[in-house]
Design a protein around this ligand. Structure first.
Ligand code: 13P
Length: 249
């Protein structure tokens, strides 16, 4: 039985004092859930969030990292830097990074490898554009992203990888994929994992859905056979909404 994982992606929101208050409010509400609760916060909130979330069941993640350990990369943060302060998870290849910061499947692959070498758990984002879905190419596009992203990742490393299917047309638009469509795509991803690794690994890997998940639709989405939880943007900024999403399954 796979664990449910609910991850908030705050994107470029929340000052440290807001992060601390949010985590203090969330802590007692989710303390009894068996679900894995993760908050992926801006770099400037990481340390405060880690301290506030100490001795709670809330895990802290970053939203990006560089693949090199150190060097002349102004403005970048490495996996070893994240690890050194106690970060556990890191989002890799979010569509906003691909769209605005020229990330490619190849840089995503390098970042995943570096994250794993630094004992961080990558949350790897994949998803098709509206055009690609209208042309019915979504399965081809997403399985191809998966193939390149996971190139060279071993069977023992893959245990620490989470995949998030986020159709680009559903992010921040209020349009959610139907539970059925999301489940079908996530099944296709699981199938691809089975081809690349084996059936046992495919049945264990955690695959999330992201894109306009709200307290009103989370239960339906997360109750689907293959959807193991969500990566939540906008609704993770409101502690009451996020709590309801965390406890919806
Ligand atoms: P929204 O939940 O705001 O649509 O964002 C989804 C997302 O991009 C999470 O990474």
């Amino acid at each position: 039985m796979r664990k449910k994982v609910i991850a908030g992606n705050w994107k470029m929101n929340m000052l440290p004092n807001e992060a601390i208050k949010f985590i203090e409010q969330l802590t007692p509400m989710v303390k009894n859930t068996a679900n894995e609760i993760i908050l992926c916060v801006p770099y400037t909130d990481l340390f405060y969030s880690l301290l506030t979330a100490q001795n709670t069941n809330i895990k802290i993640g970053a939203q990006n990292m560089h693949w090199e350990k150190s060097g002349a990369y102004t403005g970048e943060v490495s996996g070893s830097m994240l690890k050194s302060i106690g970060v556990e998870y890191v989002i890799i290849g979010h569509s906003e990074r691909r769209q605005y910061f020229a990330e490619t499947d190849e840089t995503v692959n390098k970042k995943i490898k570096s994250a794993l070498q630094n004992e961080l758990k990558p949350i790897v984002c994949v998803g098709e554009t509206l055009n690609q879905r209208e042309e019915e190419k979504q399965i081809e596009v997403v399985t191809n992203q998966i193939k390149i992203a996971l190139n060279g990742i071993t069977s023992s490393q893959i245990e620490n990888v989470i995949i998030a299917y986020e159709p680009i047309w559903a992010i921040g638009t209020g349009k959610t994929a139907t539970a059925n469509d999301a489940n079908e795509m996530i099944k296709a991803i699981r199938n691809e994992i089975s081809t690349l690794y084996n059936e046992e690994i495919a049945s264990k890997i955690i695959i999330l859905y992201g894109g306009s998940v709200k307290k009103e639709n989370s239960k339906e989405l997360f109750s689907c056979s293959d959807i193991d939880g969500g990566l939540i943007g906008g609704a993770s900024l409101n502690v009451d909404d996020f709590t309801k999403i965390c406890l919806s399954v």
